[in-house]
Design a protein around this ligand. Structure first.
Ligand SMILES: CC(C)(COP(=O)(O)OP(=O)(O)OC[C@H]1O[C@@H](n2cnc3c(N)ncnc32)[C@H](O)[C@@H]1OP(=O)(O)O)[C@@H](O)C(=O)NCCC(=O)NCCS
Length: 174
């Protein structure tokens, strides 16, 4: 299996970000709130502003994009960051891409001084929940309605929490 590298995208990478993001929305519409048809029409400024708003992490193998994730801040929770928009190219699933992306995301959050990495995931998204549990995220009591437009009413997302102290060296203040 080829080596996987993860790098943070900059505004100059907006076309690459756009193409991977649109591929994710097209391939896994049930996993994301946003819709491919809406984002496909957006101008360059939409993508450059979006890259700047959060840390965008791109996984590559042999110079080709194989996965993406984002890390952003959490309203009213300065000690936490959140992971979102996680997606791995289907042919690469089960090969460590998600682990490499989330490790980079946790390192990013720890370097920002955060103590927790939160991840909101659909309770029906078995593979994503299994991945997050295997990585070390713990389920919390927080739930919210799933915001995916095409899903039937009643589906939920659960907040999973990764404490950054143990593996990523950022312990909460006493
Ligand atoms: C979620 C996602 C990023 C995980 O990446 P991945 O490469 O598939 O993850 P892995 O294969 O490393 O881990 C998945 C785990 O689920 C298990 N699994 C595989 N298929 C499964 C299924 N259908 N149901 C439940 N668990 C499953 C695997 O055995 C593995 O568990 P393990 O680590 O204990 O062996 C990827 O599946 C994906 O891009 N999905 C579509 C987009 C998405 O749902 N994103 C999350 C919402 S933001």
């Amino acid at each position: 299996m080829s080596d996987i590298t993860v790098r943070a995208l900059t505004e100059a990478d907006w076309e690459l970000f756009r193409s991977v993001r649109l591929r994710a929305l097209e391939e896994s519409p049930e996993a994301f709130v946003a819709q491919h048809a809406d984002e496909e029409q957006q101008p360059k400024e939409f993508w450059t502003e979006r890259i700047a708003r959060s840390q965008r992490l791109l996984a590559e193998a042999d110079g080709q994009p194989v996965g993406i994730a984002s890390v952003g801040s959490v309203e009213d929770q300065p000690d936490a960051a959140q992971l979102f928009g996680l997606w791995v190219e289907p042919s690469r699933r089960g090969s460590g891409v998600a682990t490499a992306l989330v490790r980079a995301g946790a390192e990013t959050a720890a370097a920002q001084g955060r103590h927790h990495l939160l991840y909101w995931v659909g309770t029906d998204n078995g593979r994503a929940v299994a991945f997050a549990s295997g990585f070390g995220f713990r389920p919390t009591a927080d739930r919210r309605p799933m915001r995916v437009v095409s899903e039937a009413d009643g589906e939920e997302e659960i907040a999973m929490d990764l404490p950054l102290a143990e593996r990523f060296g950022n312990a909460p203040r006493a």
